[in-house]
Design a protein around this ligand. Structure first.
Ligand code: LLP
Length: 419
């Protein structure tokens, strides 16, 4: 395994920053998510600083759907980030974490009335409108309250991206956003509306995208639409380029391509927008928190069945669903690698589903019950997608800073399954 700085081998065992993972496992139990505060901070700062250099009035809004641990959100708010939320629940968490309301964006195709009201109660930066009917509802609610409602339109740019079909969002085959024609039709109504305040345009084309071209294309389309609106006398106060920068999931030896850096991505998407005179907003999630987290599990049993060597761990699809849902590849490494001949194994969870696989055909040093395994690149869309299926408890979360570590969410208890 590549030493990444925050997760590295020293004296034959895996550390997060300066803490041996076996120490955390022994004290906090497994399965447990472990985050590196330093890695998270560096990634958030890379976005914040790269954007500040290009667009001082711009804003990085962390997509809280990627990880909404309250401690982690408080930390990101403290670093000056805003939040992109996707439900009343995430809006609540963002406000509780101390994100300044004027740095909060609310995206999502199915906002309920009470969620729109919560956003207006708290004067967030903008509700990102994703349908004509939602647009009408926000207008009605704002008029009834006699309160200006800040909105932006989310453009569906109809740009294809090479990512997993479940996480591609930016073509007309997807439910997200509004077509450019629809925005051109609605914008004059917004501009003339006594209680709607049209502030911006947004586009998010999908997630885990590792090439820059689709982003460049989407940004050009957002700029073209902003220019058309301007020629109709409708001027906007910011443009939002979305999120979606991918991270490197495969091990170095199986991957001949690295995703662009955060700084490269920010420059590519923000420069043209800033050059056109607009403050730039963005809503990255995965690339801030994904590489800063791992899932630590221990081996319950090993068994051979047919030609398969199964390694059964105490984590499964209930803790990390990405491999089962998207056939996602996460690197899996032993915490204390044993000497001996490597074996090819399937690492599977305890859930009663054939698809409950964490990693197939992995070649690893000899493994025994009780050994710890670390599933890397798991900080984004990990804990947040965990579930209680099969009566499983949501795992604990820990974070590490230098040689200090603390539990930032305790493991659920069986009693909580009754709530
Ligand atoms: N903004 C909007 C409107 C989004 O829908 C998303 C992600 C983001 C920002 C953040 O995108 P990111 O920078 O994280 O790529 N569960 C899937 C990912 C779903 C992403 C949904 N939208 C996974 O585990 O890969």
């Amino acid at each position: 395994m590549e030493n990444t700085g925050c997760f590295s081998y020293r004296d034959g065992q895996l550390y997060t920053e300066d803490v041996p993972l076996r120490v955390i496992a022994a004290a906090a139990g497994t399965p447990v998510y472990i985050y590196s505060q330093t890695e998270l901070t560096q990634r958030a700062a890379a976005y914040h600083d790269s954007l500040a250099a290009i667009s001082p009035q711009g804003q990085v809004c962390f997509a809280t759907k990627a990880n909404s641990n309250p401690t982690l959100l408080r930390w990101l708010a403290g670093l000056g980030l805003g939040a992109d939320v996707t439900s009343g629940g995430e809006l609540f968490l963002a406000l509780q974490a101390g994100f300044s309301p004027d740095k909060i964006l609310f995206s999502g195709v199915g906002k309920r009335r009470e969620e729109i009201e919560l956003a207006l109660d708290n004067n967030i930066h903008a509700l990102q409108v994703e349908s004509a009917q939602e647009f009408d509802l926000i207008g009605q609610i704002a008029a009834a309250r006699q309160q200006a409602a800040p909105i932006s339109f989310r453009l569906n740019p109809d740009v294809a991206s090479e990512t997993h079909p479940y996480i591609s969002t930016g073509t007309k085959a997807h439910k997200f956003g509004l077509a450019a024609e629809e925005i051109r039709r609605l914008a004059p109504t917004a501009a003339a509306h006594p209680w709607l305040h049209l502030k911006g345009l947004a586009a998010h084309i999908g997630s885990q995208i590792t090439r820059l071209e689709p982003f460049t294309q989407a940004v050009q389309l957002v700029l073209a639409l902003a220019a058309q609106l301007k020629s109709q006398g409708i001027s906007l106060s910011y443009l939002n380029v979305g999120g979606g920068l991918g991270i490197k999931y495969a091990e170095a030896e199986t991957q001949d391509f690295s995703p662009p850096t955060i700084a490269d991505w920010v420059q590519t998407v923000a420069r043209p927008v800033a050059a056109a005179g607009y403050p730039v907003f963005m809503e990255p999630g995965r690339s801030i928190v994904g590489p800063a987290g791992l899932l630590l599990t221990h081996i319950l049993y090993t068994k051979q069945q047919g030609s398969h060597n199964f390694v059964i761990t105490d984590a499964g699809m209930t803790e990390l669903i990405r491999p089962a849902l998207y056939q996602a590849h996460h690197p899996i490494v032993p915490v204390l690698p044993r000497a001996g001949t490597p074996q090819t194994v399937d690492i599977v969870g305890p859930v009663c589903e054939t698809g409950d696989v964490l990693g197939r055909n992995r070649t690893l040093p000899p493994l025994q019950p009780g050994d710890y395994l670390a599933i890397l690149q798991a900080g984004a869309y990990g804990f947040v997608m965990s579930s209680n299926y099969n009566g499983r408890l949501r795992p604990a979360e820990v974070w590490v800073n230098g040689s200090k570590w603390q539990i930032i969410r305790p493991r659920q208890t069986w009693q909580q399954l009754e709530a």
